[in-house]
Design a protein around this ligand. Structure first.
Ligand code: GRF
Length: 210
């Protein structure tokens, strides 16, 4: 599926920090592994986010919209106007460390993806890798899902698994999961950009629909 200029869906990536999933997406798009996508904006709520420099190095436009003591809705309204100003069609949350309010979700319903470092619905919320180690899970992984009003609870697009080793700490498990995150997110974005799926209840079902 492509836009009027034939160059792909206009994607924004929202970050707050390191941005390794953002660079994985950007590099996959640049290498032609995500047909039908182009990243038109990397938007951060933190001016010091390391991912901003990585985006600029790749020639991607960046913007920062800080919260600055405003209400969540006021902050998000400014973000929404930055996104609309670039005609953004799809949004990838990639280490964006704030919960989105229902007004943001409603504005982009079915068009916001998130990546989470566990096999949802296990271990939602913060510190998912530590939760997995402390719970004694033998398998963990990552999940790319659509964002709805629930915490890490929207329809699942893709998951990838990793073993949890007896010797794992939260950090060693996080590194193993991150490796898979960098594969899962481009795969999920490619599916969503292809339009070849339907959301049936909670399920994302592959279809031939374009
Ligand atoms: C990743 O583990 C992602 O799953 C979680 O936050 C982390 C962001 O890392 N939502 P990065 O900024 O993409 O490197």
């Amino acid at each position: 599926m492509t836009d009027e200029a034939g160059e792909g869906r206009r994607v924004a990536v929202l970050i707050s920090g390191r941005g390794s999933n953002m660079t994985a997406l950007a590099d996959a798009v640049a290498e032609g592994r995500v047909p039908g996508a182009r990243i038109v904006l990397v938007l951060s709520d933190k001016p010091q986010a390391a991912g901003l420099a990585a985006a600029k190095e790749r020639g991607i436009e960046t913007a920062v919209v800080e919260r600055r003591g405003r209400s969540r809705e006021e902050h998000e309204r400014e973000m929404i106007s930055e996104l609309h100003a670039r005609q953004v069609e799809l949004i990838c949350l990639a280490g964006y460390m704030r919960l989105l309010s229902p007004c943001f979700v409603e504005e982009f319903r079915g068009r916001v993806l998130n990546i989470h470092p566990s096999l949802l619905p296990a271990f939602p919320g913060l510190d998912a890798q530590r939760q997995a180690v402390e719970h004694g899970a033998r398998v963990s992984g990552c999940t790319v899902h659509f964002v709805d009003e629930t915490l890490d609870g929207g329809p699942i697009v893709t998951q990838r698994t990793v073993p949890v080793l007896d010797t794992d700490t939260p950090d060693t498990l996080a590194a193993r999961i991150l490796f898979e995150e960098h594969r899962a997110y481009p795969e999920a974005l490619a599916l969503v950009c292809s339009g070849a799926y339907e959301i049936v209840g909670r399920r994302v079902v592959k279809s031939s629909k374009q």
